[in-house]
Design a protein around this ligand. Sequence first.
Ligand SMILES: CC(C)(COP(=O)(O)OP(=O)(O)OC[C@H]1O[C@@H](n2cnc3c(N)ncnc32)[C@H](O)[C@@H]1OP(=O)(O)O)[C@@H](O)C(=O)NCCC(=O)NCCS
Length: 143
Amino acid sequence: MILRLAADPPAEHRGHRVIDRRAWIIEEGDVRVGMIDVEIYDNRAAGLAFVVAPIHRGRGVARRALAAIATRLASDGVQKVFGGVETDSQASIRCIEAAGFTCRSRQPDAEGFVYLARQLSETVVEEVAEVEEVEEAPRVSGA
Ligand SMILES: CC(C)(COP(=O)(O)OP(=O)(O)OC[C@H]1O[C@@H](n2cnc3c(N)ncnc32)[C@H](O)[C@@H]1OP(=O)(O)O)[C@@H](O)C(=O)NCCC(=O)NCCS
């Protein structure tokens, strides 16, 4: 799936052009424990998808990684980030809510997804100061 997305990324999402696409491997020490894939759109919004390897779940990896990604995206000028989750996946919903995303409607769309979003613009100034010193490599520390 990663190869297909890299070779043939979608050009738009619901009327907004994709202007950038990034993927981060989540590492704890030297161990690769998960991945986050992000699309950035021409309206300063970003959509993300994430996965944590089954043996590393339930230890806060996704929550910390989502917080780190939100900080990074805010510093890059993204104002809103959202994620689509399937309504029958309590793990995804609880996880993304724990990272500060909220849902306006629990009504799934035609594909069975609900979208939860987090506004980033109000936190840009405070979070940029923390991130600029350490964030150069395209990598997320899960620790
Ligand atoms: C969803 C997923 C990323 C969670 O990763 P994780 O590292 O285990 O999540 P965390 O340990 O950071 O947990 C974050 C929150 O979600 C909750 N949570 C995690 N797994 C849960 C589960 N199976 N059932 C209920 N709640 C769960 C945790 O309790 C925690 O909430 P809290 O902070 O209020 O206690 C992981 O289960 C996964 O990869 N699933 C398959 C892919 C997927 O669904 N991706 C999301 C949509 S793109």
